[in-house]
Design a protein around this ligand. Structure first.
Ligand SMILES: [Zn+2]
Length: 197
């Protein structure tokens, strides 16, 4: 049986994935991985040992490309079509960031990142995806449907139908838009009495 988590408590896999994807906050126009210091800080937060903190020129761009391809997959969880180029990019990246099988004392197998440096950090992201799939949270991890937001959130609604995140007022904004749409669509005279001007 997959581990159960209290709804308000995110699993380690979901936390790791959310923190990685949300290093970019489109609505605020910020990206932690836009600088060398930011990449080092992210590596330090993901990696188990100091030896894995090294990176070379080009690594930062690679990690950012992986992150955005993953965001496309998580938009797919929210009804968007996933560009084949994003899947191809992830498969190429998988070749550079391999996983190894690890058996635990209970006789169960998990996957873990192999190698070191930035590849190991990306390997930890893959391992988190595998864990999220196993625990059933992966399809509920979504990119906000608002095109200029795309913040990553775990859909904890009962019927798993949440489309927008609740940060930066997205949820409220979308509710207001849906309300206006309904109002425009149902613009019959009988309706007007109940709608304030
Ligand atoms: Zn949003």
């Amino acid at each position: 049986m997959p581990p159960q988590h209290h709804p308000s408590e995110l699993s380690p896999a979901v936390r790791l994935l959310r923190e990685f994807l949300n290093t970019r906050e489109m609505a605020a126009g910020t990206d932690q991985l836009s600088s060398a210091e930011g990449l080092s800080a992210w590596l330090a937060s993901v990696q188990g040992s100091a030896a894995d903190l090294e990176w070379v020129p080009g690594d930062r761009e690679w990690v950012v490309a992986v992150r955005e391809a993953l965001r496309d997959v998580l938009s797919g969880h929210n009804g968007a079509a996933v560009p084949p180029a994003s899947i191809a990019l992830l498969n190429r990246a998988a070749g550079r960031a391999p996983l190894v099988a690890r058996w635990d004392g209970a006789g169960n197998v998990t996957v873990a990142a192999a190698g070191g440096g930035v590849a190991a950090a990306v390997g930890r992201i893959w391992a988190a995806v595998v864990a999220a799939q196993a625990e059933g949270t992966w399809p509920r991890l979504k990119a906000c449907r608002r095109g200029d937001c795309r913040w990553i959130f775990l859909d904890q609604s009962k019927n798993h139908s949440a489309a927008w995140c609740t940060t930066a007022g997205c949820g409220a904004l979308m509710k207001a838009r849906a309300y206006r749409r309904r109002r425009a669509g149902a613009g019959q005279p009988a309706d007007r009495t109940s709608v304030p001007p």
